[in-house]
Write a protein that binds this ligand. Structure first.
Ligand code: NCD
Ligand code: ZN
Length: 344
């Protein structure tokens, strides 16, 4: 049997939600990943260290008995975040980053920042505390084409931001374009996470034989040349690029709707999807560092010690998983996958 054994990976961009949804999705992540950077876009968002501590306790309480998992918490940046909160966060240790959502850009981002220029005192505090800034890097201007929103964000907001705060450590999250790859390569103290869906699919997947809501996430899938550019970056062995699934659970009925939610659920089979993407360009030898080394290195955390094995086995991804009072449709539901994580 062909197998692939790696240091256990971490997920550097994950949505766990709360309450019953948290209980439904967390076991999937815990099976594959040792740690995850947990997104703060709850309703209401996780804005303070006190709220992050309470959310962390709820996550810890939802870990299945006998399993190990460390949630790495983030704060949701708003127009009203105080610089003092950054100092408190640094002292608290369990807060690892601050997340910027442009107001209205994506799921649960209404409380996001209306004008990035308003946050300079917070960015100054973050630069001093060496607290990473995680960016949902899209403009929200409805006049900007949805496929250009990442590129325009880089030009209009990110380049000026890094000129004002060159020492600020930045993660451009879930990158989707060649412009994002080029920017990250050219900019100091800047890294990027990459999702499985953006490595495996171009925007054609959204319209394959009809409208496919389970391939809709934000930033939206881009054209094939961009997919190839981020696949090259992910498999290049450059430590600026590392794994972040952006696994984002939404119930079946909220995806299959006249106004469907953005987000793909991949926590079930994330590592297998990444393995397939790396294998497609004969780069399985680069998977371990992308999945398990470069993330902790960026966050200045120790690499994991235990290991996980994948076997070359074809299996069918379920049509849906149980989910509160509805189903949860995983990425590529009902279709085949040729790697399988061997779970201990
Ligand atoms: C995320 C969600 O559902 O919370 N959705 C998504 O399409 N990625 C939010 C986000 O990360 O943009
Ligand atoms: Zn996300």
């Amino acid at each position: 049997m062909e197998t692939l054994t790696l240091t256990r990976p971490d997920d550097w961009h994950l949505h766990l939600r709360d309450g019953e949804v948290l209980k439904a999705v967390l076991p999937h992540t815990v099976r594959q990943f040792a740690r995850a950077i947990v997104m703060p876009n709850l309703k209401p968002p996780v804005r303070t260290v006190a709220e992050a501590a309470a959310y962390r306790d709820r996550i810890l309480a939802a870990i299945p008995a006998g399993q190990q998992f460390e949630p790495l918490m983030t704060l949701y940046l708003t127009d009203n975040t105080r610089p003092e909160e950054i100092v408190t966060a640094r002292e608290a240790q369990f807060v690892k980053a601050v997340k910027y959502y442009p107001a209205g850009a994506t799921t649960n981002s209404d409380a996001g920042v209306t004008d990035i220029g308003k946050c300079d005192r917070v960015f100054e505090a973050m630069e001093q505390a060496d607290m990473p800034l995680l960016l949902h890097g899209e403009v929200t201007d409805p006049a900007v084409d949805i496929f250009d929103r990442e590129k325009v964000f880089i030009e209009k907001h990110l380049i000026p931001l890094k000129q004002r705060f060159p020492q600020l450590r930045v993660v451009l999250e879930h990158i989707t374009t060649s412009e994002a790859v080029d920017y990250v390569l050219a900019t100091d103290r800047t890294a990027a996470t990459i999702t499985p869906q953006h490595l495996l699919y171009s925007r054609n997947a959204l319209f394959q034989g009809g409208l496919r809501p389970h391939y809709f996430c934000l930033p939206i899938l881009k054209r094939e040349t961009h997919r190839q550019a981020i696949l090259r970056a992910a498999t290049s062995g450059n430590p600026k690029f590392f794994l972040g699934t952006d696994s984002a659970p939404h119930s079946r009925h909220s995806k299959e709707s006249a106004c469907g939610c953005a987000g793909c659920f991949s926590a079930l089979h994330a590592l297998e999807l990444y393995a397939e993407a790396f294998e497609s360009v004969n780069a399985l030898d680069k998977l371990e560092a992308f999945a398990s080394f470069y993330g902790p290195d960026f966050y200045q955390l120790p690499r994991n010690r235990d290991r996980i094995t994948l076997s070359k086995t074809t299996w069918r991804i379920p049509d849906q998983l149980p989910f509160v009072d509805d189903g949860l449709v995983p990425l590529r539901a009902g279709e085949a996958l040729t790697w399988k994580a061997l779970l201990n």
